[in-house]
Design a protein around this ligand. Structure first.
Ligand SMILES: Cc1cc2nc3c(=O)[nH]c(=O)nc-3n(C[C@H](O)[C@H](O)[C@H](O)COP(=O)(O)O)c2cc1C
Length: 232
């Protein structure tokens, strides 16, 4: 496996826009990849116990333990998360916090690898995509593409979507909304989104085929991190 794809959504494969978009990016790389879904996995956030500082191996035992090698061994990452209250959902956040284990004493396992950030929201996929980009930069992973899409908000399925004043169906379609399959956003049926996913995948594949220089990429990521922290 050369590229590790992560879908942070807790929803079923058939409804998750995040999973569909991460999969589309990976398929277009034309390289060997693995797609890991965090759905149903038992992964806590970093507990800040610092037991990883000596050897850069996290000692918290849960489902992250078996994912460590895949993260460490991948040459590139495609990480996607749903928007939950204007940011990454908790599951993706917990998973990414655990990458703290790789960075002690200038641990360079992640430095300079390329990454693609994917965010999907019922209204806006931007916040999780930006969270993931920021996370990449903090770990000197260079974001080479960022994608956002509109997914199927739970309010289309909750049973109250036509009447609830704060639900996404009425926000998107107005007060007289009638919920049917034709108005429920499906990432895989959005041509522009799928074109952007194909472009991002091809770009990532090309980066690795062209002989990616991790040292140069780490320096570029460091520059971008400084700008990002300065709010530029
Ligand atoms: C707890 C929760 C909070 C959410 N908050 C937002 C939000 O702040 N903005 C938004 O655009 N969508 C929000 N959504 C909608 C999801 O982002 C949307 O359903 C998206 O399709 C999820 O991606 P997935 O299908 O891959 O899980 C929220 C959904 C849940 C369950």
């Amino acid at each position: 496996m050369r590229i590790l794809g992560i879908s942070g959504s807790q929803r079923h494969e058939y409804v998750s826009g995040t999973r569909a978009l991460v999969a589309a990016v990976l398929e277009n790389t034309e390289l060997d990849y693995e797609l890991v879904s965090l759905r149903g996995q038992n992964i806590s956030g970093c507990t800040a116990c610092l037991r990883c500082t000596g050897d850069n191996v996290c000692k918290v035992e849960d489902d992250m333990t078996s994912l460590r090698e895949a993260v460490a061994g991948a040459e590139a990452y495609v990480v996607g998360a749903p928007n939950h209250f204007s940011g990454c959902n908790a599951q993706t956040r917990a998973f990414l916090e655990r990458w703290f284990q790789f960075r002690h004493r200038e641990g360079d396992l992640l430095w300079g690898k390329p990454g693609v950030a994917v965010g999907v929201g019922g209204l806006d996929g931007g916040p999780p995509a930006r969270d993931i980009e920021g996370f990449f930069l903090f770990n000197l992973i260079e974001p080479v593409a960022s994608l956002t899409a509109t997914g199927a908000a739970p309010c289309y399925f909750c049973g109250f979507g036509e009447t609830c004043g704060i639900g996404i169906p009425r926000m998107r379609h107005g007060d007289d909304v009638k919920i049917g399959a034709e108005i429920i956003p499906k990432v895989s049926e959005q041509p522009e989104t799928m074109r952007a996913a194909a472009q991002a995948g091809k770009r990532l594949g090309q980066c690795l085929r062209d002989g990616w220089n991790r040292k140069e990429a780490a320096l570029r990521a460091q520059d971008r991190l400084m700008d990002w922290m300065a709010g530029k």
